[in-house]
Design a protein around this ligand. Structure first.
Ligand code: MLC
Length: 470
């Protein structure tokens, strides 16, 4: 089965129901289907065929949905790029993915205009579960950003699991602030919306100043967020929070660990226990707290149906309950490999299981608790930051002799990057250069200048000996 066959339950079955609200406009499922058929015709007229890549550098908008669905209908591969990325980061993806078309806001307007006059006829492409639907760039356990190939079958398995596990149906309404350029917004938000046939209000982005008002206006039953959004929502006045809690059915959190204290405070304020789950770009959703059973604070719950989880030690042996091991994952949700990187793909799998790089312990009754990562990935507001990428950028600057990046705890964003640098440049210059070339969330929050970095006799940097910044 392919994704379009799944979505036809809504496109055809719920043709006249309101599907989407965006800004002041509303669209039925029939309209969403027809718009993407026209967009597919417009893309085909540009020469896009099955297997071609289409890079999309857009903030959430209806055209982004049209483009995604048009690609899936054509069997073309959607390559979303984080809208916060700057030229350096974009160039890497563009060079690697070799897209036939690169769509920014101006091309999206042009394509939408061209699509207007075309017939809403669905293209006739041969699609199946193994057809790649998207290439989503992620750094895996190493510093180089690689395209994870996610197939129709991966998204389909994930969507059905999410619907089943979180009891999502057409009776729900979803408020989506998450960006569609990551799998949280795309794989859970967009796919749950179309698979369930529910009504979704999408926003361009999450703005904490207006989030509570948006909840009150739309009165959704379902919300997917990253921990930073929940921390922000704790600022909601108690009476408003109670009102929101009154019409909501389910809050789900993922993409970064949710502090137990945030879960408790949120429950006290909104009257809802957030359901925390664990996923990755390469695997979509893996482990989830139960909908009806105990949502245990600080844990990510139990393996989702059909997802095989192994916890192994450094030698690849299963660890006992209560012991820390690395999470390995197998299932229909697991991606097809890294785009044009056979070596990295081989290294990412052991005995058919994807090696996540995440550490966890399992309790005697099967709940998993994340324990950090094998690599030094920094999670800032649910965005991934690889220290090496920033370190390499700093080292390219003339006058920088040494640089190391570490993540420090932050009450709102989870972690933020801090730079320790041996340089004759001043912090303001370093910051300005980072701001110009790197996505804003990667810009170190502090630059600490040192005469030398603490190293072991073998030259390895001893991060724990770096002076603390507050
Ligand atoms: C953040 N900013 C954005 C933006 N999100 N700008 C444009 N579009 C967006 N979508 C910028 C702001 O301009 C600002 O830049 C900075 O980020 C912080 O903004 P803020 O208003 O202070 O936001 P804050 O309250 O901190 O909230 C940030 C956030 C954002 C939660 C909205 O971090 C976010 O959208 N996170 C979602 C990440 C995500 O979807 N991850 C899923 C990965 S998939 P400046 O220049 O002023 O600093 C995955 C798998 C899985 O991990 O399991 O889900």
């Amino acid at each position: 089965m392919n994704l379009i066959e799944l979505f036809d339950h809504s496109f055809t079955g719920r043709r006249d129901a309101i599907a989407l609200e965006f800004r002041d406009r509303a669209f039925t499922f029939g309209e969403i289907d027809a718009r993407s058929n026209r967009m597919a015709q417009a893309l085909a007229a540009c020469g896009i065929e099955t297997g071609d890549r289409l890079c999309v550098y857009l903030a959430n908008c209806v055209e982004m949905i049209d483009l995604y669905l048009a690609c899936t209908k054509l069997g073309a591969i959607f390559v979303p790029i984080n809208i916060l990325y700057r030229e350096r980061e974009i160039t890497h993806i563009r060079t690697d993915a070799e897209p036939k078309l690169f769509v920014t806001a101006s091309e999206a307007v042009e394509l939408a205009r061209a699509a207007e006059g075309l017939p809403a006829e669905r293209p006739n492409a041969a699609l199946d579960a193994s057809t790649p639907a998207a290439l989503v760039y992620t750094s895996g356990t190493t510093g180089t950003s690689k395209g994870a190939i996610l197939t129709h079958g991966n998204f389909l398995a994930n969507a059905l699991n999410v619907l089943e596990c979180w009891q999502i149906s057409e009776a729900d309404s979803l408020l989506l602030h998450l960006p569609l350029f990551h799998v949280h917004g795309l794989g859970n938000g967009l796919h749950a919306w179309l698979a369930a046939g529910l009504r979704m209000r999408m926003l361009e982005r999450f703005e904490h100043q207006t989030a509570a008002a948006t909840f009150l206006d739309f009165r959704p039953t379902l919300f997917f967020g990253v921990p930073t959004m929940y921390v922000r929502l704790l600022e909601t006045p108690p009476a408003v929070a109670r009102e929101i809690g009154g019409f909501m059915r389910l809050f789900v959190s993922g993409s970064a660990p949710l502090p137990a204290q945030v879960l408790e405070e949120f429950e006290a304020r909104f009257g809802h226990r957030i359901l925390e789950r664990y996923g990755m770009t390469e695997t979509l959703m893996n482990i989830s707290n139960p909908y009806s059973g105990e949502r245990r604070a600080g844990t990510v719950g139990l393996p989702m149906p059909g997802v095989d989880i192994r916890l192994l030690d450094d030698q690849g042996r299963p660890v006992a309950d209560g012991q820390t091991g690395e999470i390995y994952i197998r299932g229909p949700n697991v991606f097809a490999g890294y785009w044009r990187r056979q070596e990295a793909t081989r290294a990412a799998f052991v005995d058919g299981y994807f090696r996540s790089g995440d550490l966890a312990v399992r309790s005697a009754d099967g709940y998993y608790t994340l324990q950090g990562r094998r690599s030094d990935l920094i999670l800032c507001g649910g965005f991934n930051i690889y220290p090496r990428e920033i370190e390499e950028f700093l080292l390219e600057q003339e006058g920088v002799a040494e640089a190391v990046i570490v993540g420090v705890p932050d009450p709102v964003r989870g972690e933020v990057p801090v730079a320790y640098v041996v340089t004759r440049l001043d912090p303001a210059t370093l910051e300005a250069r980072c701001r110009e070339k790197l996505a804003s969330f990667k810009v170190p929050r502090a630059f600490v200048l040192l005469d030398k970095l603490p190293r072991t006799a073998l030259g390895k940097i001893q991060k724990h000996l770096l002076p603390k910044v507050v």
